[in-house]
Design a protein around this ligand. Structure first.
Ligand code: FAD
Ligand code: GLY
Length: 407
């Protein structure tokens, strides 16, 4: 593969990551095929669409937070071109998020996180309870206070994946509705994939973007498979009927130690999220999880009582050992990884697509060690013995972020 030569790019997985990569690769002139049984309906469908570098900044994750800040800045241009090519609005709202605390210890935890976020240079301004309620009148009277997170925005993730599918099709991307069971390799690197039907597809580049299942593909040596695991999450979609006041602002709350967020959409619906559970590949909806989430949401916004419950979705976040994405070249020529985006895959999609598209033009890694994902490549885990693998920033939390204690 030399720069400028059309490449047969096979993308395994059509979530927000695979679709964004496929689209950008097709724009760059590559011949692209996406394989997925149901594109767009994995974690990317369950997500809330927050673009939240500040709200998702956790102790010890400085490098990841810097990446997330760069990612939110990439969104306006990405959304503009995507809307143009798909003919569909994706409802990017660059308005900032209100962080609120329900009890005194929630407020103390919020203040600690605010201090940390400020040390990273992030825009987070403390707000009194009165100021919070002025910004969002539907907030419960008992709210203790909070902060304005200026850099946390949102987009409609479901519209994004639908728009990406349209944009891919308009650029000639082929969709194969099947699953990949094996990646095939030869002496010069990857040669293609084998589908569930046993049909083989040839390709000079294979991009693994299979979300939480990226570590389960056949045909690859153990040390090349990314160490991703499923982290279950539940979101609810509620809608304000006629005569019921709609939520104005995206609200993140700490509710007696548990985190909860509410993301309003232009159609007066609200996405409420989310649970964070280590339950393997289980995607069942449990009554207790729905009940807890609704209880917490109503503690923040009591009038949700009157909303209609229109949708319940579970999804599996692709978690990595250090909570950071795994993007880049592997030890096998032509095999690229784009996975492990955990809680920020919607946020990171434009930057990931841009980085992977750049890698397609340099089979031997001329530009490796540069760019936003230089610290987040597969090499940090590519050892037969993974137990000694350290995190990018500091001590690994091994999963759910500190502010998600109990959820
Ligand atoms: P997915 O969307 O899961 O897509 C992977 C695709 O691969 C699937 O379509 C699947 O069918 C396919 N696949 C799997 N195995 C194979 C195979 N063998 N062959 C072919 N195809 C295969 N992120 C944010 O930025 N903001 C948020 O507000 C946010 N909220 C979230 C809320 C919840 C409840 C959850 C669960 C996640 C949330 N996330 C959020 C995280 C975000 O959704 C993920 O990081 C992102 O969707 C990952 O995208 P992906 O394309 O890697 O995975
Ligand atoms: N980023 C929100 C979530 O993963 O729930």
């Amino acid at each position: 593969m030399s720069p400028g030569t059309p490449t047969d790019v096979l993308v395994v997985g059509g979530g927000v990551i695979g679709l964004s990569i496929a689209w950008k690769a097709a724009v760059a002139g590559h011949a692209v095929t996406v394989v997925d049984t149901r594109p767009g309906h994995g974690a990317s469908w369950a997500a809330a669409g927050m673009l939240a570098p500040v709200g998702e900044a956790h102790f010890g994750e400085d490098a990841l937070t810097a990446l997330n800040i760069e990612a939110v800045r990439a969104w306006p241009a990405f959304a503009r071109v995507l809307e143009h090519e798909s003919g569909m609005a994706v409802d990017l709202v660059a308005e900032g998020t209100l962080l609120v605390a329900v009890d005194p210890s929630d407020l103390a935890a919020t203040d600690d996180l605010l201090d940390y976020r400020r040390t990273l240079g992030l825009s987070a301004h403390r707000r009194s309870a009165r100021e919070c309620r002025a910004a969002e009148p539907l907030l419960a009277p008992g709210i203790r206070g909070g902060a304005e997170l200026v850099d946390d925005h949102q987009v409609d993730n479901r519209r994004v994946v639908e728009a990406l599918i349209l944009a891919c099709r308009s650029r000639g991307v082929t969709f194969v509705e099947d699953e990949v069971v094996e990646v095939t390799t030869g002496t010069d690197g990857v040669t293609g994939v084998v589908l569930g039907t046993a049909e083989a597809l040839a390709g000079t580049v294979v991009v693994v973007a299979a979300g939480c299942r990226s570590g389960q593909l056949g045909g690859l040596p153990e040390h090349v498979l990314p160490p991703v695991r499923p982290v279950k999450g539940l979101t609810l979609r509620l809608r304000a009927g006629d005569g019921v006041a709609g939520l104005r602002r995206t609200v993140r709350g700490l509710v007696h130690g548990r985190s909860c967020y509410l993301v309003p959409r232009p159609d007066r619906s609200v996405v409420v999220g989310a649970t964070v559970e280590e339950k393997g590949f289980d995607t069942t909806v449990q009554v207790g999880a729905v009940g807890d989430l609704l209880d917490d949401a109503r503690r923040l916004i009591p009038s949700l009582e009157e909303y209609e419950l229109v949708d319940i979705t579970t999804g599996l976040r692709p978690g990595s050992p250090d909570n950071a994405p795994i993007v880049g070249r592997t030890g096998i020529a032509g095999l690229l990884m784009a996975t492990g985006h955990f809680r920020n895959g919607i946020l990171l999609a434009p930057l990931t697509a841009q980085a992977v598209a750049a890698m397609l033009d340099s089979r031997h890694g001329e530009h490796d060690g540069q760019g936003p994902f230089a610290r987040f490549g597969p090499a940090r885990f590519a050892s037969p013995v993974r137990s000694g693998t350290g995190p990018v920033d500091g001590p690994s939390t091994g999963g759910a972020a500190p502010s998600d204690v109990g959820r």
